[in-house]
Ligand binder design. Structure first.
Ligand SMILES: NC(=O)c1ccc[n+]([C@@H]2O[C@H](COP(=O)([O-])OP(=O)(O)OC[C@H]3O[C@@H](n4cnc5c(N)ncnc54)[C@H](OP(=O)(O)O)[C@@H]3O)[C@@H](O)[C@H]2O)c1
Length: 284
């Protein structure tokens, strides 16, 4: 299978149209110009939301995605910020609130890996991953929750005062040798999200962990680009296909909508069954 062809064995993903269940809502997506983040932006817009697209390094992809969103008839803006910088996050959130009017949905998607064998991992690699993947979610959530609380519930828009969806990974539960900084950051996302869900529930603010398995993006290109790597990867995926970013976007829309209003503080794995530990399928 070539890296560009899709689904050599597992069948195509569902491609039906996303219903307009987020009309009038405003979303901020961090790391929104590539991969899973871009798919979330597209899905939110298809569902009727206006979107602020945060990017770090590539304004042109962010702007071209914003044009796609506008072509669907939604408002879109792009905003540069490093999510690990308190000052940049504060200014990003206030710009998004000024330009969109408010924020109803926060998607903390920005993330990175900096892999190394444990004893060779530098403090800089450790800190960079924790700073972006975990502290970044803290900073963005804190700034947006202040807006959720200021505005409260607007019943015509949503029965919640705000929804926070934190992108984690199956590695918030499955240990990952050679990636201990990444696994620790995503494990941290679990307890961070559960704790804020508990604290904010009385204000009708929901917080949910969305944990993808193997999704076809740049972050894990070596794991799917060659036939051999893809075949190896499939030993871990019972549904026998790599996930596409749109697989995550569709679930995100449901989690951000009032259709999932009774869900908070839990983890939704979108992983083709990876959490089933398929190595045990034949006896263990
Ligand atoms: N693909 C998978 O299989 C998979 C599985 C589980 C979880 N995830 C999670 O899904 C999320 C998205 O990853 P992806 O697969 O879509 O990979 P990706 O295309 O590399 O996306 C990561 C995005 O985060 C942005 N980013 C990185 N550091 C940032 C910072 N300091 N401030 C703001 N934005 C920053 C990147 O922008 P720049 O390129 O400009 O740095 C990029 O747009 C990550 O949290 C990742 O851990 C992915």
């Amino acid at each position: 299978m070539s890296g560009n062809s899709t689904h050599p064995r597992g069948g195509p993903p569902y491609v039906g149209r996303i219903p307009e269940i987020l009309t009038g809502q405003k979303a901020l997506v961090t790391g929104g110009s590539t991969g899973i983040g871009a798919a979330c932006v597209r899905a939110l817009a298809e569902a009727g939301a206006d979107v602020a697209i945060n990017y770090r390094s590539d304004p042109s992809s962010a702007e071209s995605l914003a044009e796609d969103v506008r072509s669907l008839g939604r408002a879109a803006m792009t905003v540069q910020a490093d999510v690990s910088s308190e000052e940049q996050v504060e200014s990003m959130v206030s710009e998004a609130v000024d330009r969109l009017g408010t924020i109803d949905i926060l998607v903390n998607n920005a993330g990175l890996q900096a892999d190394a064998p444990f004893e060779e991992m530098t403090l800089d690699q450790w800190r960079r991953v924790i700073d972006v993947n975990l502290t970044g979610q803290f900073l963005c959530t804190r700034a947006v929750v202040r807006e959720f609380k200021r505005r409260g519930v607007v019943p015509e828009v949503s029965c919640a005062a705000g929804k926070i969806i934190n992108m984690s990974s199956v590695h918030d539960a499955i240990p990952w040798a050679g990636h201990v900084n990444y696994a620790a950051s995503k494990g941290g996302v679990q307890m961070f999200t559960k704790s804020i869900a508990q604290e904010l529930a009385p204000r009708k603010i929901r917080a949910i962990i969305l944990s993808p398995g193997a999704i076809r993006t740049n972050i894990n290109r070596p794991a799917w680009e060659s036939q051999e790597a893809y075949d190896d990867l499939m030993k871990l995926v019972p549904l026998d296909r790599i996930g596409e970013p749109s697989d995550i976007g569709r679930v995100l829309v449901w989690l951000a909508s009032d259709f999932s209003d009774y869900i908070s503080g839990t983890t939704i794995y979108v992983d083709g069954g990876m959490m089933l530990y398929p190595g045990f399928a034949e006896g263990g």
